[in-house]
Design a protein around this ligand. Structure first.
Ligand SMILES: Cc1cc2nc3c(=O)[nH]c(=O)nc-3n(C[C@H](O)[C@H](O)[C@H](O)COP(=O)(O)O)c2cc1C
Length: 196
């Protein structure tokens, strides 16, 4: 039955492969956008927290639960996470979009980004790094490994705790309530209608 439905769908939606163009090396990463946005928090050796927006965050393992983030060598957060070996992935919703460009245009080396953004630093459950209270979900990580990936390092994080807003998540985000931010073409969009 599954196969018949699949074959019928193929007949209805049959298309031909389109003509291909070569994509320049500097545009290759754009083939992987739109991407959901995350706000990474981390701390310095005195416990002072920093915030950094990233589009390069991904799940890495179910068991044990692991996630990964790609951070450029030039970022202050790179220095902090390399030293403390912990970070938190905070998921912002569309209400927080106004913060992203600013937080991504200044460095925690020069600016106290919690102070500047007036976002709320909440204590985490297992790590010293604070959560961003206004975000809808938080994944607390200890660095399990660091992979040299050219001008970025992939930090693989062992998940030591995770929380989400009660009214926003049960086994998945409730997309009627939660509008995740996606990055595309130096702009932001959010999720739309299901297509299948
Ligand atoms: C939408 C957006 C996505 C970004 N994604 C990443 C990313 O995935 N990795 C990265 O290294 N930098 C990324 N950046 C750049 C950093 O957020 C930015 O350089 C930031 O100021 C670094 O802060 P820090 O120096 O306090 O660590 C992104 C910036 C924006 C605005």
């Amino acid at each position: 039955m599954k196969k018949i439905i699949y074959l019928m769908l193929q007949i209805i939606t049959m298309g031909k492969p389109s003509e291909k163009i070569d994509v320049k090396p500097n545009l290759v990463t754009r083939l992987l956008y739109p991407r959901p946005m995350a706000l990474i928090t981390c701390i310095d050796s005195s416990g002072k927290p920093n915030i950094m927006p990233v589009a390069w965050a991904m799940p890495a393992s179910f068991d044990p639960p692991m996630v990964a983030i790609g951070i450029a060598l030039t970022r202050y957060s790179h220095e902090l996470i390399s030293k403390t070996r912990e970070f938190v992935i905070n998921i912002p919703t569309k209400e927080l979009v106004k913060h992203i460009d600013y937080l991504g245009s200044v460095s925690g080396k020069d600016v106290d980004k919690f102070k500047a953004s007036k976002l709320t630093a909440l204590p985490a459950k297992k790590v010293k790094t604070p959560l961003i209270g206004e975000c809808v979900a938080h994944i607390e990580c200890e660095v399990a490994s660091m992979l040299d990936a050219g001008d970025h390092t992939i930090f693989v994080g062992r998940v030591v705790a995770a929380q989400a807003n009660r009214d926003a998540f049960e086994t998945n985000y409730n997309l009627n309530k939660v509008k995740i931010i996606l990055r595309h073409e130096k702009r932001y969009l959010t999720t739309g209608r299901y297509i299948a």
